[in-house]
Structure formats: C-alpha cells, structure tokens
Design a protein around this ligand. Sequence first.
Ligand SMILES: N[C@@H](CCC(=O)N[C@@H](CS)C(=O)NCC(=O)O)C(=O)O
Length: 218
Amino acid sequence: MTLKLVIGNKNYSSWSMRPWVAMKAAGIAFEEILIPLYSGPADKQRILDVSPAGKVPALIDGDVTVWDSLAIIEYLAERFPETRLWPEDRAARAHARSISAEMHSGFAALRGECGMNLHRPVKAKPLSEAARADIARVQRIWTDCRARHGAEGPFLFGAFSAADAMYAPVVHRFRVYAIDAAPVVRDYMAAMMAQPAFAEWTAAGLAETIVIARLEAD
Ligand SMILES: N[C@@H](CCC(=O)N[C@@H](CS)C(=O)NCC(=O)O)C(=O)O
C-alpha cells in the first residue's frame, strides 16, 4: 500500500518540507496530499481527520498514522532501514539526532521572526537579540558538522541525512532574510539548494499562487 504524506502549502509549510525532502532524497515512494493551510474550517477538518494534533505533516502507512515531522522521520528510518536516513556511525547518528531534536524543539525566535516564505523578496529585516542568537547557534551547528564530516560529502554528515532534512527550511530562511553567513555556511546552503529533493520542493513552492496574509507579516 502506498504511503501517503499529508502536507501544507509548499511555499510556507516548513514542517511539511522536512519529511517530504527526507522521503524524496531517500527514494521512498509516497503519494502527496496537499491541504491548504489556514483556508477555512473545511480544510482544517481535513487535517484533523488524519492528524489528531490538527497540524501537518502527517504520514499514513496503511492503518498506522504518524504525525509530527520528527516522529515521521524516525518512523521512516525504522520502516526503511536500508535507506539510512540517519548516519550509519553510532556517534554521528547520536549527533545528528541531537541537532535534529534541537531544531525541532528550539529556535523559536528565528522561526517566529523569519517564517519560511519562498516567495518573499530576498531582504534583511531587523531581528531581536534572541533571533540573532538562534542564527549564531545554527551557524555553529553547521560549521561544526562540516568541520567533522566535510571530507565525506557536502552535507552535515557527509551524505544527505535526516539532519539535513530537519534543517532544510532554515536554509530558505537564511536565504530569504539575507542573513550574513560564514563561507562554510554559504557552501553548505549551496549544496542544499542544489540537492534534487530540496530543489523540487522549492520549485513547487515558488509555483504556488496562494497568499496567506497572516504569514506575510513583514
Ligand atoms: N511540531 C510539529 C509542528 C507542525 C506545525 O506547526 N504545522 C503547521 C504548518 S507548518 C500547521 O499544521 N498549521 C496549521 C494549523 O495550525 O491549523 C511538527 O514537527 O510537525
């Protein structure tokens, strides 16, 4: 039975982007069900029908439903071990899980002030001290990973992994909000933007025409 991934608008839905990119990059076949976000009670009900949290993404695998981006990625890693969604080395895997969990539970200021919006004209904006601290921490995470694994490939742990999928929307945030980035960070962002799954999501997001006013604050 085909897996189904329920997602929101590709232009805006950063949490949806993460498992979508992870699945595409890993070659896991799935059917995509896109439900427009914040578009009224009927669509909200469609989300609630599959996801008790009332949020996307959600993965449906026969009689199993998994919601929440990181839980979906963990489920997929267990279900498709041959795809090696997490790094093979135990220490690298622990590190990848740590930074992914840090992304999932943290960076509230960056996420709040720099929402993912692929259409937004590239432009810097004034940011709070908390958001600037989040940006500095993300750059330290990426720089440290690249220093450890740069010789193994262009991504955080060499080969593309779930950790890159968890940080994929942050690459767009850095790009769109014209965030000053160190050369090693810019190289990582370029590798991500050239990655076929990342590029496919981005092209589809840019082709969308729906504008969600509440996500266009600036
Ligand atoms: N912690 C969740 C966050 C999910 C989330 O906030 N999704 C947003 C879209 S990116 C959503 O569904 N918003 C619709 C709503 O709240 O009605 C995850 O990691 O999947």
